[in-house]
Design a protein around this ligand. Structure first.
Ligand code: PLP
Length: 439
């Protein structure tokens, strides 16, 4: 139907508004009602009815128009294609969960035996499957605990070992972890006092030894994950710190459970445990490649002390996190692992195929670990370079595509895009190309 500019006249029969209950009962909307609830769909219907009343929409277009207006899901959070080349992009939710972890989260969404023993009908250790999987991955650890995030792990460890007492930290490890969160402030918020030892670039075992006294709660070793000090430097290994006779807490940051040759400067949990740390903490959604969580490994008595601490209840994780942690470990390799180790030749040929379809130039592109990990490490890869104006248009698309603007161009780096999504990405780019006339 043709609607004249300025809308239809009040008398025009085309302004007849379909009834709400009739529209809601349309079989084409049944899926959306199931997914989003009748309330949300009804709101869209009411808005669309107003368009008809105003003479801006033909009555027979009502159902289509409602469908166009409805979100894809009941959450306003939109899945995006990460074409930045940054594997653990903090603003895009850090690690992308493996398919196994996603399935596990969905399965755990209803009632589950998270804290229940099906064999005897009694209460069981909460999340024991996740704990067993973590313990299996780090055999040197006597016990494991999962809390809300890396910061929570550190807060719990320092509270339990040093509230009202001193935490010894090297001056080279007093770091800010991003978004203005400073580790020393976090620790002092628990009631522990930071005692700085050594200097910014050099700290020796004797510096720690001299600072130890009756008030020492623990020694904290923090991986300064987001910056690097080069030149005249020295720091003390966990094995040396473990000789001091006080508990050593090691915050390794990114959650690499075992050493990875691609990331030689990234400390791993197993080495820290084997080095003699009482407690080793890390994040779940960085290099571990799982959900947001804080993982704590260590000696059985030390971990048990944390488990029994009243604060542990406030930092407890939900069943979805526990399900995802376990499946991240037991399932095949995580997206994080695959993206980090993506084959540059394969990335280049995928970029060539994309450029052949949408234009642009295939250029070398340095990917990054992100999430504050492995600063300075460049992951060799490729991207399709388009004019910078694409960046904004791609962000506004469906699905939104997030590129990296560099030197006045919008780079689409395919490292963190699943190959199965290449088609979707190409179509998203074509839709915003100025040469494509939308039909
Ligand atoms: C990321 C990081 C943290 C904080 O972990 P979250 O999971 O973000 O709370 C703490 N310490 C170090 C060294 C880190 O790299």
């Amino acid at each position: 139907m043709h609607i004249p500019e300025g809308g239809l006249s009040a008398a025009d029969p085309r302004r007849r508004v379909p009834r709400t209950d009739v529209v809601l009962a349309d079989p084409l909307l049944a899926d959306a009602v199931d997914r989003l609830g009748a309330g949300e769909v009804k709101q869209a219907v009411v808005r669309v009815q107003q368009l008809v009343r105003d003479g801006r929409l033909a009555p027979e277009r009502v159902v289509d128009s409602v469908l166009e207006r409805l979100p894809d899901s009941a959450s306003s959070m939109q899945p995006v294609l990460n074409a930045t080349g940054v594997v653990l992009h903090t603003n895009l939710g850090r690690a992308s969960l493996s398919a196994a972890a996603v399935d596990a989260v969905v399965a755990a969404a209803g009632y589950v035996d998270v804290e229940y023993d099906l064999s005897d009908g009694r209460r069981a250790r909460r999340g024991r499957g996740a704990l067993a999987a973590l313990a299996g991955a780090v055999p040197g650890a006597g016990d494991v605990l999962v809390v809300n995030n890396g910061a929570a792990a550190l807060v719990l460890a320092t509270t339990a070992l040093a509230a009202g007492r001193e935490v010894l930290v090297s001056r080279g490890e007093l770091v800010e972890i991003g978004d203005g969160f400073r580790l020393p402030e976090l620790i002092e918020s628990t009631g522990a006092r930071i005692r700085e030892v050594g200097t910014t670039n050099r700290t020796k075992l004797a510096d720690y030894a001299e600072a130890i006294g009756p008030d020492t709660g623990c020694v904290l070793k923090v991986h300064p994950s987001n910056f690097r000090i080069e030149g005249f430097t020295s720091s003390v290994s966990i094995a040396e710190l473990a000789t001091l006779g006080v508990p050593v807490v090691a915050d390794v940051g990114s959650g690499l459970l075992n050493a990875d040759p691609l990331l030689p400067d990234e400390p791993d949990v197993a080495s820290a445990v084997d080095g003699g740390a009482s407690l080793v903490t890390c994040s779940g959604d960085k290099l571990f490649g799982g959900p947001q969580a804080g993982l704590i490994f260590g000696a059985a008595d030390a971990v048990n002390g944390l488990r029994r601490h009243p604060l542990a209840r406030a930092l407890r994780v939900d069943k979805l996190t526990l399900a995802a942690v376990e499946a991240t470990l037991r399932g095949p390799s995580t997206p994080t692992e695959r993206y980090l180790h993506a084959d540059p030749a394969r990335l280049r040929s995928r970029c060539a195929a994309l450029a052949a379809e949408v234009g642009g130039e295939v250029v070398p592109s340095a990917g990054a670990v992100g999430g504050g990990g492995a600063p300075g490490l460049e992951l060799p890869g490729w991207a399709v370079a388009l004019p910078a104006a694409y960046a904004r248009r791609l962000r506004a698309g469906k699905p939104p595509v997030i590129g990296r603007v560099e030197h006045g161009r919008c780079l689409l780096d395919l490292r963190c895009v699943e190959e199965s999504a290449d088609r979707t990405l190409a179509e998203a780019v074509r839709r915003v190309s100025p040469t494509v006339v939308s039909l």
